[in-house]
Design a protein around this ligand. Structure first.
Ligand code: 5GP
Ligand code: ZN
Length: 118
């Protein structure tokens, strides 16, 4: 069973923010922003590549509700899903990072060589 499936099954503790039949949200153990929450489907899906588009509408509502619950919906926030090796995905269970609580930058991306795409 993968790490996040173990959190879903309460075999590993997590600081849970919200939960319903389909999804679970909990605080990231190594926060990269003042607010850093992970939103996951309870059903194991490896990554964004495999996700069924129809399930995304429910995930969207879930993420919007979490932002309201932790009061970052007005100040703004970032939603990220890392996909595969180049995306830097470490946990192979689909998850959306919800980051906020301060002004975020694009620092990590500032050195990207994008000239071939222009
Ligand atoms: P990824 O790099 O796969 O997009 O993100 C995985 C995230 O899961 C990382 O931000 C990491 O800090 C978080 N994480 C890894 N293990 C645990 C854990 O056991 N508990 C919680 N709450 N977060 C975890
Ligand atoms: Zn899993």
């Amino acid at each position: 069973m993968c790490l996040f499936c173990q959190i879903v099954n309460k075999k590993i503790p997590a600081n849970i923010v919200a939960e319903n039949n389909e999804f679970l949200a909990f605080h990231d153990i190594n926060p990269k922003a003042p607010v850093h929450i992970l939103a996951i489907p309870k059903k194991h899906i490896d990554s964004f590549i495999e996700v069924a588009p129809e399930s995304m509408s429910h995930m969207t509502t879930f993420i919007q509700d979490i932002a309201k619950e932790v009061k970052i919906e007005k100040s703004g926030y970032r939603v990220i899903t890392n996909v595969g090796e180049h995306g830097g995905q470490e946990v192979k269970h689909l998850h959306f990072h919800i980051l906020g609580g301060s002004k975020l930058t694009w620092e990590e991306f500032s050195n990207a060589d994008h000239k071939n795409n222009l």
